[in-house]
Structures are given as structure tokens and as C-alpha cells.
Write a protein that binds this ligand. Structure first.
Ligand code: PBG
Length: 328
């Protein structure tokens, strides 16, 4: 008789036949930074911190020590520096360029990824520039935004970023950023495109972390409709043509079908972002004692990798690296 259970009969055999496993090097660790002296716990994302530059360096160092090879940085910008034209987003002396410089100096081998989008810098809380009409309606300007995104990407490249990661979903930005980087000689700076980013309620806690929620309107005219699949492949194809080095699907857990289709449709490395809402659901349910935190975190991440993601952005990255180390 054929008995599939034979392949599950001991931990040793299960380990032999296991198809998917996690490594610390699979992860990108997202970190929040602000221009203040203190490290401040983020209310909307329990367990996450808005780091001072000093705190950031310490956290990055600990994660790196555990085998994490890449971080992505998100800035919390003071309200007084937010403007309709988001000029602070390409200030060469701004928070992100300084953070990049400090990390690269302390840990040259670590891969530093930056988020390219205007929402932390924009007084309107949108990823692009906003045009308002008499009725209070908003239009997000595409091409004008792309010009600023290019300046932002250049300021990150000058500071030493290894990878810039546009999360804005404007049309044509990958090609424009590639050209801008190449023209200034940054031919080695990579682009990880948020190619397939859905307009998702799972981003709520993140916007609380950065005070970056849109002041008017929503993001549905640029982020994708979560009911759609073909659009994912269309965005993927365009970003490939425009020169993306890696592509991303976001969110991850509720979009495993999309991760799977995207990874089958491209030869580029595919990343997936386990976003703030996914993090918060596990954090809060396990804090209440309703879920086994470690078990559910690992299961959620294996699922994302099994679906086809080679790179995972997760707020649990450091915990996982710690657990992997302990299990060795
Ligand atoms: C903004 C950006 C967002 C996230 C990453 N970059 C929020 C948004 O698009 O509104 C979400 C990350 C998360 O929820 O963890 N460009």
C-alpha cells in the first residue's frame, strides 16, 4: 500500500523531504527612523520602534550579527518639514541620507535599501504630488511626481544606498529612475520595484507609525485594485521592460496567489512584503494569548516563500534570525 505518512514518520525524515526553509539571508528588515535623540515605541505597531540614528545603528548591528543582510529604511519626518512639493524628500543632508551614511560606515557589507515615495514628506500624505479642486477632491499628479522621485533616488544613491525601492506606484517611474541613476554614474545602484502594490487596508498601522496617512482621498487611483490579477502581470511586465532588477508583491499573506503567479511569470527575483497589518494581527493575537507567536510567524513566512517569494520584507526578520540561530 502506498503510505504518504512514511515520509512524515520522524523529525529527521521530515527534514529530509522538506521543500521550503527560511534563512536569515532571505529577509529584509524594515526599520523606522526619526530625527530625535530618543527611541520611541510605535503605538500602532507594538514591538516596533521609531529609532534615533544611534538606536538605529545598534538595532542594525544586532540584526546583522544574527545574519540579516539587508535593511529598508522608512523616515518619520517632522510635520514642519512636510510641504506640498515634498522638497525634504531629496535633501542630501536629510534624515535618510544621513542614516544611509551612518549604516554604510559602520557595516559596509550590509545592503541598505531605501523607500522611494513622497508620503512621509508630503503635507498631503500621498505618495505623489496632489492637485486639489474646489470641492476638496484630489488628483495625484503622475509625471511631476516622477521628476521628484528621480531626485529622491539620486539623493539616496549619493549617500551610498545599494538599492532604491520605489513604493509609489506612479507610471513610468522605474524607467525614469533608471535613466536618472545611470546619467549620474550610479549604474550599480539597483532598483527593487514595488511592482505589484495593492491599495490595502493592511497598511493602516504603518501610516500610524509615520503619521503619513492621506489627509484627503485614498490611494486607489495609483495603488492597485485588490480584485485584480491581470493588472499584476501588466505592472510586472512594464517594470521588467523599464529595467527593474527585482520586483515586489505587497501585501504578502493575503496575496499568495499573486506571489505565485508573479514568480512564474518572471525570471527576476521576487520579493514580498509582510506588511504592518499582517504583523499586527499576529502580534496582537499572540499578545492576547490566542496564538502561538513563534509558530504562526514561521508558518506565515514559510507560506510566503513557498508561494514563490525569494526575498521577504518582514518586521519579524530579527526574531526569525534569532530563532534560526537558536535552532542550529
Ligand atoms: C508608502 C509605503 C507604505 C508602506 C510601505 N511604503 C504605505 C502606503 O502605501 O500607504 C506600507 C508598509 C506596511 O504597511 O508595513 N509609500
Amino acid at each position: 500500500m502506498i503510505r504518504p505518512r512514511r515520509n512524515r514518520k520522524s523529525a529527521a525524515i521530515r527534514a529530509l523531504v522538506r521543500e521550503t526553509s527560511l534563512e536569515a539571508s532571505d529577509f529584509v528588515y524594515p526599520l523606522f527612523v526619526h530625527d530625535e535623540a530618543d527611541d520611541v515605541a510605535i503605538e500602532s505597531m507594538p514591538g516596533c520602534t521609531r529609532w534615533s540614528l544611534e538606536g538605529l545603528l545598534k538595532e542594525v548591528g544586532e540584526a546583522h550579527q544574527l545574519g540579516i543582510q539587508a535593511v529598508v529604511l522608512f523616515p518619520a519626518i517632522e510635520e514642519s518639514k512636510k510641504t506640498p512639493l515634498a522638497q525634504e524628500s531629496y535633501n542630501d543632508e536629510g534624515l535618510i541620507p544621513r542614516a544611509i551614511g551612518a549604516i554604510k560606515e559602520a557595516y559596509p557589507a550590509l545592503c541598505v535599501i531605501t523607500d522611494v515615495a513622497l508620503d512621509p514628506y508630503n503635507s498631503d500624505g500621498h505618495d505623489g504630488l496632489v492637485e486639489k479642486d474646489q470641492q476638496g477632491g484630489v488628483t495625484i499628479l503622475n509625471d511631476e511626481t516622477v521628476d521628484i522621485l528621480c531626485k529622491q533616488a539620486l539623493s539616496h544613491a549619493r549617500a551610498g544606498a545599494d538599492i532604491v525601492s520605489p513604493s509609489d506606484m506612479m507610471d513610468g517611474r522605474i524607467g525614469a529612475i533608471r535613466e536618472a541613476l545611470d546619467e549620474e554614474g550610479f549604474t550599480d545602484v539597483s532598483i527593487l520595484s514595488y511592482s505589484v502594490k495593492y491599495a490595502s487596508a493592511y497598511y493602516g498601522p504603518f501610516r500610524g507609525a509615520l503619521d503619513s496617512a492621506p489627509k484627503a482621498g485614498d490611494k486607489k487611483t495609483y495603488q492597485m485594485d485588490y480584485a485584480n490579477t491581470y493588472e499584476a502581470i501588466r505592472e510586472l511586465t512594464l517594470d521588467e521592460q523599464e529595467g527593474a532588477d527585482m520586483v515586489m508583491v505587497k501585501p504578502a499573506g493575503a496575496y499568495l496567489d499573486i506571489i505565485s503567479q508573479v514568480s512564474e511569470s518572471t525570471t527576476l527575483p521576487v520579493a514580498a512584503y509582510q506588511v504592518s497589518g499582517e504583523y499586527l494581527m499576529i502580534q496582537s493575537a499572540s499578545a492576547a494569548g490566542w496564538l502561538d507567536r513563534k509558530a504562526v510567524v514561521l508558518e506565515s513566512l514559510i507560506a510566503i516563500k513557498r508561494a514563490g517569494a525569494q526575498i521577504i520584507l518582514s518586521y519579524f526578520a530579527k526574531d526569525v534570525a534569532q530563532w534560526l540561530k537558536e535552532s542550529r
